[in-house]
Design a protein around this ligand. Structure first.
Ligand SMILES: Cc1cc2nc3c(=O)[nH]c(=O)nc-3n(C[C@H](O)[C@H](O)[C@H](O)COP(=O)(O)O)c2cc1C
Ligand SMILES: CCCCC(=O)C(=O)O
Length: 360
């Protein structure tokens, strides 16, 4: 089903925009590995546990009762569908999925949050941001997110510079076509009149900037793009609400491991002090459950949401979220789990003859 939506999206999209959505950095090794790493994992169910139908709700800072699948932040949804982020937000709200809206969205955060709340008054919309070096810009964005009613901020930390997307270079896709605007970047300090401020990425950022952000808001602050266990520990020490294990869907450093391969060590380093989320390569309910068993509290999906959106707008995103959540429910039941926390890392083994080695 996801495969069908993907093909429909590919057929509908301008090939240059398809390449932007679908592509990764460099040789696209990390992108491919995100999928292959899940394919290398098998699940070991537990039996006769009297678990009953699983309760899928997860409790997170900024989302007290959401499903285990969230919408990872992706830019430029109006390239996929004229209703853009509004359609995504409505589908996410209807599915009880947290929507993380991107600072590079083509719809203002206030309009994204309002669309979600039309469907569900308590819908959780989080605002993703790249901390901006120019004075006052980050603060202004934080105020907008707060006023929009966002319940958490997500700071993307894996982007000290823009990733080099080989397909975008080949297609010379480096600016939005007319009619598509990064609305969040309008009217900020330093923005040219009527035009959006360019999003800056800065290699100068440090934990001190995160501290300043935390001092400037009462919202929980997640750190996205953590792969090294030591950084996860630092994030917990620094008061982050949680970390998102992610290699940016293979769009930043191409030399990194798959997200799900980085997860166990991060979960261990954090030791339950803060929740750990994961995104990258999640394409099935079994992938969701494997990540939960390896220590994720919830998992994000990026490209599949864009496929749904491009294929059939809000209904397509709803289909993607329903499919993944429905599969996750089925797999949890087959694994004998009561809920999303009722799984242990020993229930995930490598595929192949070595998989059961530790029990021999
Ligand atoms: C087209 C596209 C745009 C993205 N834009 C952003 C963004 O604006 N901010 C961000 O933190 N991550 C961004 N990401 C990364 C996603 O949040 C997420 O880490 C990744 O897509 C997960 O991998 P998946 O696509 O395999 O599910 C983007 C990813 C894609 C594919
Ligand atoms: C300024 C847009 C950044 C989008 C992004 O993070 C990506 O395409 O991966």
């Amino acid at each position: 089903m996801l495969g069908e939506l993907r093909e429909k999206a590919r057929a509908r999209l301008d090939p240059v925009h398809w390449d932007y959505f679908e592509g990764g950095a460099g040789a696209e090794t990390a992108l491919a590995e995100n999928l292959r790493a899940f394919a290398r994992l098998a699940l070991l169910p537990r039996v006769l546990r009297g678990a009953g139908p699983p309760d899928l709700a997860v409790r997170l800072p900024g989302a007290p009762a959401a499903g285990p699948v969230f919408v990872a932040p992706t830019a430029f949804h109006t390239l996929a569908h004229p209703e853009g982020e509004r359609a995504t937000a409505r589908a996410a709200a209807a599915a009880d999925a947290v929507m993380v809206t991107s600072m590079a969205a083509t719809t203002a955060v206030a309009d994204v949050a309002a669309a979600a709340r039309e469907v569900r008054a308590d819908a959780a919309v989080w605002f993703q941001m790249y901390l901006q070096p120019r004075a006052g810009v980050t603060e202004a964005l934080v105020r907008r997110a707060e006023q929009a009613g966002c319940t958490a901020l997500v700071v993307t930390a894996d982007s000290p510079v823009f990733g080099r997307h080989s397909r975008d270079d080949r297609n010379d896709f480096h600016r939005l076509p007319p009619g598509h605007v990064t609305q969040n970047m309008l009217g900020l300090p330093g923005a040219p009149p009527g035009r959006p401020l360019d999003i800056a990425m800065s290699p100068e950022l440090s934990w001190a900037d995160l501290r300043r952000l935390r001092a400037a808001t009462g919202l929980p602050v997640w750190v996205k793009g953590v792969l090294h266990p030591a950084d996860a520990r630092l994030a917990a020490d620094e008061g982050a609400a949680g970390v998102i294990v992610s290699n940016h869907g293979g769009r930043q450093l191409d030399a990194v491991p798959a997200a799900v391969e980085a997860l166990p060590a991060v979960a261990e380093a954090v030791g339950g002090r803060i929740p750990v989320l994961l995104d990258g390569g999640v394409r099935s309910g079994a992938d969701v459950v494997a990540a939960l068993a390896l220590g994720a509290a919830a998992v994000g999906v990026g490209r599949p949401v864009l496929w749904g959106l491009a294929a059939s707008g809000e209904a397509g995103v709803a289909q993607v979220l329903a499919e993944l959540t429905g599969q996750a429910r089925h797999v949890l039941t087959l694994c004998g789990a009561r809920d999303c926390r009722d799984l242990t890392p020993d229930q995930v083994v490598p595929r192949g003859p070595e998989g059961m080695r530790r029990w021999r």
